[in-house]
Structure formats: structure tokens, C-alpha cells
Design a protein. Structure first.
Length: 648
């Protein structure tokens, strides 16, 4: 039954009681609606506790007005935590307020003095040292009838005494809300620049090791490898997804499994497990981390097909069903049936899927990009991810779920650390409004407490929007948007070389897709996007404002082809202003209308901004500033504010 105090709408939280998300060292805002009947003044706090280590810290919740309260907690450990919000009547503040009102009105406060005596006496119980002496002095004054009423209550209304009187242990109506779970990841679950490449196009795992120094020099954090396992021969696809493969066609890496092994084997043409271990070590030495694809599907030649036929879907004619996503057909891939008829078969299958992760974790992998998780049962992920993270809380899971919003949200809710998003398709055809609304939803909407976006302009499957037959400026502007709108972003190898030929006018995939053939590249080509990507990754590391999403605010522009937004660090000390053209062909210009209060800019005085992409300094005055971008020369400004203009 509800008592005097109501605690409601606590955030961070998820709709169905799964843990919200944070990372170690992150300033996590906690909000709640708290109120009670009458006019008594409330106190409130939030306690952060760890499931294994108990209570860690307590922060006072401050009243924002209209019954909204907020605080900040900073978790310092990996793993499962809980947030507990408590509220109580602050008897000291309530009493002091009543005294002040009556004194101001010139009314008698004899009753309030008697109440103060009772409060202080109750607080004295169990107090020692300075606290006891402070309370004793206040009680003496309250009891001294020779003093004026103002003098009698003054010591008891001091900050030191009221802090004691307002403690929750003195309140008879202390109310505690139900604990809310919070999962705390390592920072890489929130922030990172990803680069995807196919090892076979580099001559195998040893060739990838040779590529790592260049990727580290460009400032990437994660190198993501598609499946490195043996590839089936049956129904192997040829170039451009042809049904007929030639003798030298390598097939799709997602057609996993052959006579050489399955999900815990390395394709012999890529190297050995020792070569894989050496690559993991080489990446660490270069300051990089390897991410591996986790694709729960099999080629017709996978050992599981013969050993566990009950793990696959059967057609009425008895044959095993291959994967389809009309109009696409994947004759070389068998989906897994995650709900076999027998419970024992289901348990064995799920354990086998967990064992795949355990194997690669044992070989140094702590990041998994999960292929098509939305085609597997939510219940499976609800079981698998916590089971893995119970032993390895540093493991990060990226959901490749280009699917319906509610499905994406539930996958994030049950445990996925990050998610692909619709950014790939939020292009100029949607205008500034479409992209702005989508980012605001991700940054501030209902899923912001638990769904972390990872922005990818392209993937091996997707050549979208302005990239199709687009000029270099299209690749540049999409890279800037991805790198500055989300803490995590990624590109697929070849992006820096402006690969832009679509498979057909209606197919969003690449012509000569690397999924089906080798694509060796000459990365030292002059005029590539490498300098811009290097600058973007450098700025992402230098600016805390670019390392979290909550501080995103859009700036009004009188030209919808100019997308402008500010990014703020949690402490407000770092602010970045980004202006990006959405037009890769024509020059665009217009006025931006800055929020000078939000930016801490001087009223009516000149201030300087530095374009950190070009090194140029601009001198502006006031809120309305002119910007012009010519995409053949530059597609964006990334401004920082001079120290004199930055908020204190």
C-alpha cells in the first residue's frame, strides 16, 4: 500500500525489468519523480550497489522542480549493479521552513520551539564527538528562555544541525523503491571506432597482422573480422551471389563449416589457431582489439548437420531448409532450429552455442559482432548473454539487427551491448529533419537507458543512399556524421577508397561484393579518405564530448541541408559544434542560430572558434553565425570554443 511518499518513474531503467546500461567511470544520471501529500519538505538519495561487493556509494538526489529529482552516480566496477532510491520527510528542513515563515509573519513560535527541542533531543541519541556537541549547543539555545525567539532557533537552523536533523534514519516515513538493475560494461561497450576487413583479401591472418599498424595509425580501436571458419562446398556461391561457383571461388564466410571443422576451427587458407593467437597479440601490441563474427548458422557441410540433424529445420519432403530473406536466397546456409521438439536437444544446442563463445574467449576475443540476432529467439539471448558475462563481464556484444524498432529495442534490453541502427539509411533524402529526429530519439528517447547505437555508413551488405555511385564528398560527409553523432561508429574496408558501384540500380549491395570474392586493395592510393578518418578518430579521442550520446543538442539552421549540432561532455567542460552539409554536390550556406546560454558564450562580445578539421580560427559575435560549405573542398566544420568562451 502506498504511504505518504510516492517514488515513481526512476531512470535509468528498461520497460521489462532488465538491467539498464552504463560503463565504468561514466557519470550516470539518475532521475525520479518523488512527492508526498501536504507541504513537508522531502529528502532523497540513490544508493549504487554491486551484486558481489555490496553498497558502493550514495548520492543525494536534488529537487529540480515539479516533483522531478536527479543525481549522478559513477560506477567503478564491471558487472551487475542495483540502484535503490529512497525518500523521506526531511524533518529538519520542514521544521526550519515553518519557523522561518512564522518569524517573517511576526507570529509566535513557542510550539515550533518545543518541536525543535524534541527533534534535537531525538537526534542526540547515539551521536558522538563534534555532532553531539553541535546538537547539544543547539538544544541549549532552544531551551534558553532568556533569548529572543530568533536567537533560540538560530543554532538549530544552522546548516550543520539541519544536515543531522534531515537524515533518513531520523525520519519515521523512510520509503524505499524497488531496486533497479544496472549492468556496467567496460568503456569499449560505449565508445569505439571500428574497421571491418576480410582476412582472405589480405592473404590470411598473417596478412591482417601486417595491416594493423596502418589501422592503428588511423586511430581505429576495433578491427572486426567476418567469420574465419572453414567454408562449405555444397551450394557454394560464386561471384556476386551467383549460384554457380568456379573452382577458385572462395564462397561466403557466413556459410560456416566443412570437413575441416565448424565454428571453433580456422579456415586452413587463413592460417592456424596459432596464427589467430598471434594476430590477437599483434592487435594488442598495436593498441587495437579484435572483434569476431558470431554467426549461428551452418553450411550443408558443417559437422553439426550430420551429428545433430535435429538442430535444423525440415521441409515437408524431409530436406533441410536453407536461409531466405526474399528476394534474397542463401542456398549455401542452413539456419538453426533453436527449438527442437525435445527439451534435451534444445539444451544441448544452446550449450553448444555457448561453448563456441567460450572457445574464442579462451583465445583472447572479448568483442563479438552477432550476425542477425533477430532471427533467433529472444529467450536464447536472454539466457546466453548473462551466462557468458557472469564469467566474463568484459565481453561486448554488437547486435547486427537491421530490423523492426521494437525487436531492436528488446535485443538491447535483454543484454546486447551495442546495436546497429537505421543510420545507414538516414540520408539526404530524409533531409535534416529525419536524421535529427532519429538521433534525438536515440540520445534522449525511451531506449536511451539501454540501447547503445553504433553508426555504420556501409557494410559488406549495404551500399546505401549517397554512396551509390556517389562522389568522394558523399563518403566524407557520411563518415563525419557517423563519427560525430555516435560514440561508436564503423566502416567496412574500401570505404576510404570510395568504392561505390552498386550491384544493380535496385540492389543496395556492392558490385563484386567481397562476401563472394577476394578484394585485394591498394590502400596507399593518393586522395583517399585516410586523412579525414585519421582526423576524426583523433578528435574523438581528444574530446570527451564525442564519447557519449546524452549531451547531443541540435542547432537551428535556416538551411535544412546544413545539419548542425553540439556535443557536450557530462561535466559540461567540453563542447564541440559540428556543422555538416547533407549535399555532396552543391555548395550550401546559411545562418546557424546558436544557444549562447547553453554554450556559455559572452553576451554581445566577440568570441573565437577553432575548426579542428582545418586548423582555421573564426571570430564570431552573437548567436547568429554564417556558414558555407563547398563539398568539393570541405564537407564539415568541427568547432571547439576558445577557453575564454567556454563555460567555467
Amino acid at each position: 500500500m502506498t504511504g505518504h511518499i510516492v517514488i515513481d518513474d526512476i531512470r535509468p531503467a528498461t520497460p521489462h525489468g532488465y538491467p539498464a546500461k552504463a560503463v565504468v567511470g561514466e557519470a550516470v544520471p539518475v532521475r525520479a519523480v518523488i512527492f508526498r501529500d501536504g507541504h513537508d519538505i522531502l529528502g532523497a538519495e540513490v544508493e549504487l550497489s554491486h551484486d558481489l561487493h555490496g553498497p558502493l556509494s550514495t548520492a543525494a538526489l536534488g529537487a529540480l522542480g515539479n516533483d522531478d529529482w536527479s543525481a549522478v552516480v559513477v560506477p567503478e566496477r564491471l558487472g551487475r549493479h542495483h540502484l535503490v532510491v529512497r525518500a523521506w520527510t526531511d524533518r529538519g528542513a520542514t521544521w526550519s521552513h515553518k519557523v522561518g515563515v512564522k518569524l517573517e509573519a511576526g507570529q509566535d513560535i513557542d510550539v515550533e520551539i518545543a518541536e525543535g527541542v524534541a527533534l534535537v533531543r531525538a537526534a542526540l541519541s547515539g551521536r558522538r564527538g563534534l555532532a553531539r556537541r553541535t546538537l547539544r549547543s543547539a538544544l541549549d539555545a532552544l531551551s534558553d528562555a532568556t533569548l529572543t525567539p530568533e536567537q533560540r532557533v538560530a543554532p538549530a537552523r544552522s546548516a550543520d544541525v539541519l544536515a543531522i536533523l534531515g537524515r533518513p534514519d531520523l525520519a519515521p516515513d523512510l520509503t524505499t523503491a524497488a531496486a533497479l538493475p544496472l549492468w556496467v560494461d567496460r568503456p569499449r561497450a560505449l565508445v569505439g571506432a571500428w574497421y571491418e576487413l576480410f582476412p582472405r583479401s589480405h592473404g590470411g591472418l598473417a596478412g591482417v597482422a601486417g595491416r594493423l599498424p596502418a589501422l592503428a595509425e588511423m586511430g581505429f580501436d576495433v578491427v572486426y573480422l567476418p567469420p574465419v571458419h572453414p567454408i562449405g562446398r555444397s551450394h557454394r556461391k560464386g561471384r556476386n551471389n551467383s549460384l554457380l561457383a568456379g573452382p577458385d571461388d572462395p564462397g561466403s564466410p557466413w556459410a560456416i563449416g566443412s570437413a575441416e571443422g565448424g565454428h571453433t576451427s580456422v579456415h586452413p587458407e587463413l592460417g592456424t589457431i596459432d596464427d589467430f593467437d598471434a594476430l590477437v597479440d599483434a592487435a594488442a601490441a598495436a593498441g587495437l582489439e579484435l572483434a569476431l563474427d558470431y554467426a549461428l548458422q551452418c553450411s550443408p557441410d558443417h559437422p553439426w548437420v550430420g551429428e545433430h540433424p535435429e538442430w535444423f529445420h525440415r521441409r515437408p519432403d524431409g530436406s533441410i531448409a536453407y536461409a531466405e530473406n526474399p528476394p534474397k536466397k542463401y542456398q549455401d546456409i542452413y539456419p538453426i532450429n533453436f527449438w527442437p521438439a525435445e527439451e534435451a536437444d534444445r539444451a544441448a544446442l544452446w550449450d553448444a552455442c555457448r561453448d563456441i563463445l567460450a572457445f574464442w574467449i579462451g583465445h583472447g576475443i572479448r568483442i563479438f559482432r552477432v550476425d542477425n540476432p533477430h532471427t533467433k529467439p529472444i529467450a536464447f539471448w536472454e539466457w546466453l548473454i548473462p551466462a557468458v558475462q557472469a564469467d566474463h563481464p568484459d565481453v561486448v556484444f554488437l547486435a547486427e539487427a537491421f530490423t523492426r524498432p521494437r525487436v531492436m529495442a528488446r535485443l538491447a534490453e535483454v543484454g546486447f551491448s551495442q546495436s546497429y541502427t537505421y543510420f545507414t539509411w538516414r540520408t539526404a533524402q530524409h533531409g535534416e529533419e529525419g536524421l535529427r529526429v532519429y538521433v534525438e530519439e536515440l540520445a534522449h528517447g525511451p531506449t536511451a537507458d539501454y540501447m547503445r547505437p553504433n553508426f555504420w555508413p556501409n557494410t559488406p551488405d549495404i551500399l546505401a543512399g549517397p554512396l551509390r555511385d556517389g562522389p568522394p564528398s558523399a563518403f566524407a560527409l557520411r563518415a563525419v556524421l557517423a563519427a560525430t553523432l555516435a560514440p561508436s561508429y564503423g566502416i567496412y574496408s574500401g570505404y576510404e577508397l570510395y568504392e561505390n558501384a552498386p550491384a544493380s540500380p535496385t540492389n543496395e549491395e556492392y558490385l563484386d561484393s567481397e562476401k563472394y570474392q577476394l578484394r585485394p586493395r591498394e590502400f596507399a592510393e593518393p586522395g583517399s579518405l585516410v586523412p579525414l578518418l585519421t582526423s576524426l578518430n583523433r578528435l574523438r579521442r581528444a574530446h570527451p564530448a564525442l564519447q557519449q550520446l546524452r549531451g547531443t543538442s541540435f542547432v537551428a539552421s535556416d538551411n535544412p541541408q546544413l545539419l548542425a549540432y553540439t556535443r557536450h561532455s557530462d561535466d559540461g567542460r567540453d563542447i564541440v559544434l559540428c556543422v555538416v552539409t547533407l549535399d555532396p554536390v552543391r555548395a550550401q550556406e546559411g545562418l546557424l542560430h546558436l544557444d549562447t546560454v547553453l554554450l556559455g558564450l559572452p553576451d554581445g562580445q566577440p568570441y573565437e572558434v577553432l575548426d579542428e578539421l582545418s586548423g582555421e580560427t573564426y571570430r564570431w559575435t552573437g548567436a547568429d553565425v554564417f556558414v558555407r560549405l563547398e563539398p568539393w573542398a570541405r564537407v564539415a566544420h568541427i568547432f571547439s570554443f576558445a577557453a575564454s568562451a567556454a563555460p567555467a
